[in-house]
Write a new protein. Structure first.
Length: 282
């Protein structure tokens, strides 16, 4: 595992970041960071501000308040290409892949390796096949055949290929937009495994999710968002999964809702008691 220097600045940091659209406040006073070999989990329900936060980090939107820094240097990205050039790659939930194309073609899509010059210039298929296979193997992804259409892979495997591709093309921070939300338990586990692989190779990972169980398995620090504001920025030793779940769910609001939904005249003990069966089964 990559050793982290206590004095080294974070790869990516935001300080009191905010974003307004005309009179609408989408994000306000959010601060957090991700360092070398760390996983930052950003959690929140729908409408919490996760999408706005991603777009600012990815360069799709510019922040209107606060500061964004890479390696301690303040930056402002005008577009995603600038963010990518600074080592920030974003893997969105709806992966930009061509299902009928092979794994290696998708791996190099838009950045193909060629050989020869002028009219003799052509794709260097042998190199791209070998490179994609070796880069996937470095991430612990063992595919029998990189010539198979990427559409034949499971959702978890496709997410993992996208992570490996980002690493190969120079990402220092990989932002993952809800990579496990549409997956079953087994395939979500595949993605979490490769998030850990990326972390152990020294990358910073920003894992956007609404699932506290998934976050707690791989996270080093946790940013909780609600209605565009931060509920807190915690290290793993500062919060339990139960506390995180309660904050996300809105503990006080749930208690108030439970009170409103109580059936009148039915004591709590009666509601919690299992129904008794008579000898006749009725």
């Amino acid at each position: 595992m990559t050793q982290k220097s206590a004095s080294a600045p974070p790869i990516l940091e935001v300080r009191d970041i905010g974003k307004t659209y005309s009179s609408i406040i989408a994000l306000s006073n959010v601060s957090t960071s991700v360092g070398v070999g760390e996983v930052l989990c950003v959690l929140g329900d729908n409408g919490a501000g996760k999408s706005t936060f991603i777009k600012i980090l990815a360069g799709a939107h510019q922040h209107t308040e606060g500061s964004l820094l890479t390696y301690g240097v303040e930056r402002s990205f005008s577009n995603p290409r600038e963010a990518l050039n600074d080592g920030i790659a974003t893997v969105y939930q709806d992966l930009a892949v061509v299902p009928l194309m092979s794994v290696w073609r998708n791996f190099f899509l838009g950045s193909e390796i060629t050989k020869g010059r002028g009219p003799l210039r052509r794709l260097d298929v042998k190199t791209m096949r070998a490179t994609s296979k070796s880069e996937l193997a470095k991430m612990g992804i063992d595919l029998r055949d990189v010539d198979q259409p990427i559409g034949t892979l499971s959702g978890g495997e496709r997410q993992s290929v996208a992570i490996a591709r980002a690493v190969y093309f120079g990402a220092k921070v990989v932002i993952l937009d809800e990579p496990t939300s549409a997956l079953g338990v087994k395939q979500a586990g595949v993605v979490l495994k490769y998030i850990a692989q990326a972390r152990d190779r020294g990358l910073g990972v920003v894992f956007i999710t609404h699932n506290p169980q998934h976050a707690y398995l791989v996270g080093d620090r946790f940013l909780l968002l609600k209605r565009g504001t931060s509920l807190g920025n915690f290290r793993k030793d500062e919060i339990t999964i139960a506390e995180m779940t309660r904050l996300m769910a809105g503990g006080a609001e749930l208690e108030e809702l439970a009170h409103e939904l109580e059936r009148p005249g039915v004591p709590t003990s009666a509601r919690d008691r299992k129904p008794q069966r008579t000898a006749s089964g009725h």
